[in-house]
Design a binder for this molecule. Structure first.
Ligand SMILES: [Zn+2]
Length: 83
């Protein structure tokens, strides 16, 4: 059986919805996910999306592109530890 795993297109973390509602899982490293569930690369396919952290970053980036200079005054985007 092939699992469909949500993957963030920017930071490459995956969401683990096992034991939670759809979309409620924690985001983490894909290798940790594979090890936890003993998956081989052929056991799953990715569904590309954005994690909440990257959504905020992307929204800020788009506002900067529209001339909103406040983006440069905000704290720099930092991926979660372990990514
Ligand atoms: Zn992300």
């Amino acid at each position: 059986m092939t699992a469909l795993v949500p993957l963030c297109s920017l930071c490459r973390r995956v969401r683990d919805d096992n034991g939670t509602g759809f979309g409620q899982g924690e985001w983490g490293d894909v290798l940790v996910y594979m090890k936890r569930y003993r998956l081989a690369p052929a056991d799953f396919i990715f569904s590309h999306t954005y994690c909440p952290d990257c959504c905020v970053f992307y929204r800020q980036l788009m506002s900067y592109g529209r001339g909103d200079q406040s983006f440069v005054d905000r704290p720099a985007y930092r991926p979660a530890a372990g990514t």
